[in-house]
Write a protein that binds this ligand. Structure first.
Ligand code: SF4
Ligand code: SF4
Ligand code: SF4
Length: 246
């Protein structure tokens, strides 16, 4: 029987949902194997009956807590997709300010119409069954995870650092050219796309299972970063885990 799939969006740019829609070649065969019953970014129909819920975005409003609990009650599997949902992501940067300050900065005089709470990953609100990291998610990884679930497998979760794929891509390490990078402690699976594209790894896929934080801190310090700089670099996507750096 085809499983019913729902895709939900919470606080985010919805870019990870867009990545699902970007699976243009795979979507026709995918919809033969699954029923997509709710997906606000893609369709008007919706249903409260679904087997697997993919969740894009962080939780950053009181009302979202109740919505997430309802999704958890209805779905057999809940899978956060993307850095916002898996880590809290860039949304967590607001947690360093008071919620009043945040509302005023965003909505000015209209701030009193809105509510907000410190941003948090989905796993901080409800139990999750798996997660697909990245900002945005890698579309091939999304397809693979769905295929593995469909055949009854526990999906594979990459746990090697970005450095491993970076080396396989033949990149010159950015530390050798005076830059810094979070690749040594960041979960791979993105083929080190940012470094290959001429940038650095900012850690959007979150930490690997047992990150050697002290070694990473040491190489960042050797590269000239202060503790404050290190925390800032790490916080872009991983603000919720800042304490590991202090
Ligand atoms: S993880 Fe990145 S691309 Fe995905 S919703 Fe959040 S900000 Fe957008
Ligand atoms: S550039 Fe970054 S990801 Fe690549 S090898 Fe160096 S530290 Fe690792
Ligand atoms: S290289 Fe780093 S920042 Fe870029 S996609 Fe991979 S994990 Fe994310």
């Amino acid at each position: 029987m085809k499983p019913d799939i729902a895709v939900f969006d919470f606080t985010c740019c919805e870019g990870c949902e867009l990545q699902i829609l970007n699976c243009e070649e795979e979507l026709p065969s995918l919809v033969e194997a699954i029923n997509i019953v709710s997906f606000r970014e893609a369709m008007t129909e919706r249903s409260d009956h679904y087997d697997i819920a993919f969740i894009d975005g962080a939780c950053s409003r009181e009302s979202e807590i109740a919505m997430l609990k309802e999704i958890r009650e209805r779905a057999k599997m809940v899978i956060p997709i993307g850095a916002c949902a898996c880590l809290g992501g860039v949304n967590c940067l607001k947690n360093y300010y008071s919620m009043d300050e945040v509302l005023k900065a965003e909505y000015g005089e209209s701030a009193h119409y809105y509510d907000t709470i410190p941003a948090r990953p989905i796993s901080a609100v409800i139990p999750i069954d798996f997660f697909i990291p990245g900002c945005p998610i890698v579309k091939e990884e999304f397809i693979r995870v769905v295929q593995e679930i469909l055949v009854g497998k526990v999906p594979y979760q990459p746990n090697d650092p970005v450095c491993a794929e970076c080396k396989m891509a033949g990149n010159v390490c950015v530390f050798d050219i005076g830059m810094t990078c979070l690749g040594p402690v960041t979960r791979g699976g993105c083929k080190a796309t940012c470094v290959t594209g001429g940038a650095i790894c900012w850690g959007c896929r979150g930490l690997i299972g047992e990150p050697n934080i002290n070694a990473e801190k040491e190489i960042l310090e050797k590269a000239g970063l202060s503790i404050e700089d290190i925390v800032k670099q790490f916080n872009l996507f991983n603000a919720g885990q800042e304490s590991m750096w202090q």
